[in-house]
Ligand binder design. Structure first.
Ligand code: FE2
Length: 276
């Protein structure tokens, strides 16, 4: 998980693509949107190859998956037990001696299947940049400060009703090398493990009203507007805690027509290059 705390897409870019302007990226994205609307077929998952997202071509296998026995994978893949996950691990603001800087937030939601049934006992992991938009990773050297009181990783197990809760700091937007002056909207990475290691699903959660949505080729790689909106958390004043933290809700839907877009569906989540 350590390598995935960093956005390797910052590094995996050609010198040519790094010279594209935001206007050129916008034009490409607009063209893809026009083609998508003209095609008239709903697409609710991220595109595997999305040209404005320059490194997307490197982020998925180019050969068909090889069928293997899931049980044999379980013998040598990482394992976890419910007892290993302490409830305090879902509070990312108490991992060090002092308080991290930034806007404290409470993030609450449910994992449900396509029929709205809760998914209990689900391991969720999150990782994120700090309030200045900086990851704790040797490759992230952009000139924003690290926070000695914030690592940016946490995990939780869903309750019987499929619910989870994290306390953390609202991450900042950060620059990446997809094109000139490229900035990612603030986001939190989510990993869900299912009941088996082979069922892992990975996605990103965004914050409402981010001005970078229209400019971000990773967000726009989900070409359907309603589908990508499902990655945006909702501000919830009932979760907001008096003189303590603002609150957001974010539900994850595993199947069905309102399914959350997951990177695993493009196999991008399995890329050795790591997360976005
Ligand atoms: Fe990221």
């Amino acid at each position: 998980m350590v390598d995935e705390t960093f956005d390797d897409a910052r590094v995996i870019t050609s010198s040519d693509s790094a010279q594209s302007t935001q206007a050129e990226i916008n034009e490409q994205m607009a063209g893809i949107t026009r083609d998508y609307e003209a095609a008239g077929a709903e697409e609710t998952q991220p595109r595997i190859d999305y040209a404005p997202y320059r490194s997307s071509i490197l982020r998925h296998p180019t050969k068909a998956p090889r069928p293997v026995d899931p049980e044999s994978i379980e013998l040598w893949s990482p394992a976890f037990g419910q007892r290993d996950v302490h409830t305090l691990e879902s509070d990312l603001t108490i991992q060090h001696k002092g308080e991290p800087l930034g806007e404290r937030i409470i993030l609450r939601g449910k994992i449900v299947d396509g029929d709205g049934r809760p998914v209990a006992g689900q391991l969720l992991e999150i990782w994120q940049a700090n309030s200045a938009g900086r990851y704790v990773h040797k490759r992230d050297q952009h000139p924003a400060p690290l926070d000695p009181n914030f690592t940016g990783v946490g995990r939780a197990i869903t309750g019987a009703d499929g619910s989870y809760e994290f306390t953390t700091i609202k991450p900042g937007p950060y620059p990446w090398k997809n094109h000139f002056n490229a900035w990612r909207p603030a986001h939190i990475h989510f990993s869900l493990f299912g009941t088996q290691f082979t069922q892992r699903m990975i996605t990103q959660m965004y914050f409402p009203g981010d001005p970078l949505f229209a400019l971000d080729p990773i967000y726009q790689a989900i070409v359907d507007p309603a589908a990508r909106q499902r990655l945006v958390a909702t501000y919830d004043h009932d979760i907001t805690s008096h003189e303590w933290a603002t609150g957001y809700s974010f539900d994850l839907v595993l199947t069905g027509t309102h399914r959350t877009p997951f990177e695993t569906d493009t196999t991008a989540g399995q890329s050795p290059e790591g997360a976005h």
